[in-house]
Write a protein of this length. Structure first.
Length: 175
């Protein structure tokens, strides 16, 4: 719950031989009911994001990581949240448009594998529904990242805060 979670073994599941995201396998797990596996997928996605092949893959990885924070209630495991916070901060702090052409943005809970497959390869995978493009909107991603940072900071405390000092030790027999 609190320690480092190993994700290296997922490279063989989620990456093709050429190092590109194996979107079909990735989205099969994303759509599945195994919450612990999806949390681990979210951590893997957050760690993989910096090494993604292109902006499409980065968008898919970001959305999967952000969705992993929403799986468990009342909040995610501390290890999950802390691992994903770095990615959230990176996206929140990147330059982005503050407005967009979309009438609205769909809730992250509506995200599914069909939308991720479309965002990964829009030229070959038709949009599964009218709001599919809005999931990948840069303004939406930035807002989602900023909200995620606030949530994680609330669950885990801010990264830049020094830990509270431990209480003074009480010696046996001392009053």
């Amino acid at each position: 719950m609190f320690g480092h979670r190993e994700t290296g073994h997922l490279d063989t599941e989620f990456l093709r031989a050429d190092g590109i995201l194996a979107i079909e396998l990735f989205t099969t797990l994303f759509d599945g009911p195994d919450e612990p596996a999806r949390e681990l997928q979210g951590i893997w996605a957050a760690r993989r994001h910096a090494h993604a092949a292109d902006d499409r893959e980065r968008t898919v990885l970001f959305l999967a990581a952000a969705a992993a924070l929403r799986i468990t209630r009342p909040g995610p495991a501390i290890a999950l949240a802390r691992d994903i916070r770095t990615l959230l901060r990176t996206v929140a702090e990147a330059p982005h448009p503050h407005t967009c052409a979309h009438d609205g943005h769909p809730a992250l809970e509506r995200l599914d594998g069909a939308v991720l497959r479309h965002l990964h390869a829009p030229e070959t995978v038709p949009a599964p529904r009218p709001d599919a493009e809005a999931f990948g909107c840069p303004a939406r991603l930035a807002a989602l990242a900023a909200a995620g940072v606030r949530d994680v900071d609330g669950w885990c405390g801010k990264e830049d805060q020094a830990p509270s000092p431990p209480p003074p030790a009480v010696r046996p027999g001392a009053r």
